[in-house]
Design a binder for this molecule. Structure first.
Ligand code: GDP
Ligand code: MN
Length: 390
């Protein structure tokens, strides 16, 4: 689950990281009121930022400064009218503008290749890290956090030293880097990215400079959300794909792929095997879909709607191994789903295990194409998707 910058800032500040003050608004008038409060508290300029779940908002005109509350109102109105990378801006963040001396990049993310938390830093902050990686890969320095102990102090300092920080700034940087890894571990975040981590003037402290997290991008691990009930309020349902939402609400694991064979399977392992066999039979899977154990007719019907919402689906392969799941329930669900179906797509069904005989009787009466082995089912589905004979 991606969360907006405003919520990501809230998360960072819960972990004690330096984040500017700020408020969100969904109307220009509310943005003006928020700006008035910030000016009254001593801000000389405010920044108004589009809250959309994509990066590159600055370049798209979604990050603007304002020197008065009236200007904040008109800037907010302009930003609230934008659509950035297909996402309408529904909310803005208003914060005191920082006077930026330098922009640093810092992130902590789950790195599947090394099975750990990777911390990356670069002195070339502000631009997107992919751009830095393409232009000058040596400008990015990396450390792997210890799986139990997190980022060790010497690692945090080494990162900072390598991007040219010394003294007080280095000390602050090490604390922030360590904090990002703590967030990844303790909040179950897959990605915590601060870009820019800005160097700003701070005449009140030794060294005269400090670091502040001016942007924050956080992705939380969906599978760990049950451990953090308070994060559920951070989900932006409006920005979520309606199909992903229906799947989540029905307890169906669904991942869209780009092939032509829709797959409905029970069990994650069997679903992955099904994708492999479709591929081996020369087809391309349109999705991963696990309806879960004990699925009843209504869940099967929902799974069918989800699969058919993808216009690329040319055939459907249903592969059910009945254990807790009863084959006849699935068959009933399929018959019901087909009756409601808006788009007719050829389907091949393989149901084995619990109540497979009852399922076969039902499917036969309803004239469904069936298969007994998974290989046979995969081959039939590939032929159906290609428009071939049954
Ligand atoms: P992104 O483009 O979606 O990554 O949004 P950012 O929050 O990173 O903002 C983009 C750019 O706007 C930053 O790299 C900064 O250069 C600039 N910016 C953001 N916040 C401030 C601010 O408080 N003061 C100033 N002067 N510039 C800012
Ligand atoms: Mn940014």
């Amino acid at each position: 689950m991606k969360i907006h910058e405003a919520e990501a800032r809230e998360l960072l500040s819960r972990f004690g990281l330096p984040v500017p003050d700020g408020a969100t608004a969904t109307t220009p008038a509310a943005a003006r009121a928020a700006a008035e409060r910030l000016f009254a508290a001593g801000a000389t300029q405010v920044v108004i930022k589009a809250q959309v779940l994509v990066g590159g908002r600055g370049k798209a005109g979604g990050v603007k400064l304002a020197a008065s509350a009236a200007e904040a109102e008109s800037v907010a109105a302009a930003i609230l009218a934008l659509t950035i990378k297909d996402l309408p801006v529904r909310r803005v963040l208003i914060a005191p503008a920082a006077e930026i001396t330098r922009e640093i990049y810092l992130s902590a993310l789950i790195d599947r290749a090394s099975r750990g938390i990777l911390v990356m830093a670069s002195a070339a902050g502000g631009m997107e890290i992919e751009e830095v990686a393409a232009k000058d890969p040596t400008a990015i320095v990396r450390e792997m956090a210890h799986p139990q102990a997190g980022l060790l102090p010497f690692q945090a300092r080494r990162l900072g030293l390598h991007i040219g920080l010394r003294g007080e700034l280095l000390r602050q940087f090490a604390a922030i880097a360590t904090g990002l890894v703590r967030i990844a571990r303790e909040a179950d975040a897959d990605l915590v990215e601060v870009n820019p981590l800005a160097v700003v003037p701070a005449p009140e402290i030794p060294g005269g400079e400090r670091l502040v997290c001016l942007d924050a991008k956080v992705t939380l691990d969906d599978s760990a959300l049950d451990r953090h009930p308070d994060f559920s309020a951070w989900r932006d349902e409006e920005s979520e794909d309606p199909i992903d939402r229906e799947a989540r609400e029905m307890g169906i694991s669904y991942i869209r792929l780009d092939g032509s064979i829709g797959c409905m399977v029970n069990g994650a392992g069997l679903a992955m095997t099904t994708l492999d066999l479709v591929t081996r039979a020369g087809g391309t899977p349109a999705n991963f879909l696990d309806i879960g154990g004990g699925a009843r007719a209504d869940k099967v019907a929902a799974a069918m709607r989800i699969i058919l919402a993808d216009a690329g689906v040319k055939a459907i392969l249903v592969n059910i191994f009945g254990g807790i799941t009863r084959g006849d329930e699935v068959a009933k669900g399929l018959i019901e789903a087909r009756a409601q179906q808006e788009r007719v797509v050829p389907m091949v069904v393989r149901i084995v295990g619990t109540n497979a005989t009852e399922a076969a009787t039902l499917l036969k009466a309803a004239a469904f194409e069936t298969a007994t082995s998974l290989d046979e089912a995969a081959e039939k589905a590939v032929a159906l998707a290609a428009g071939g004979a049954k």
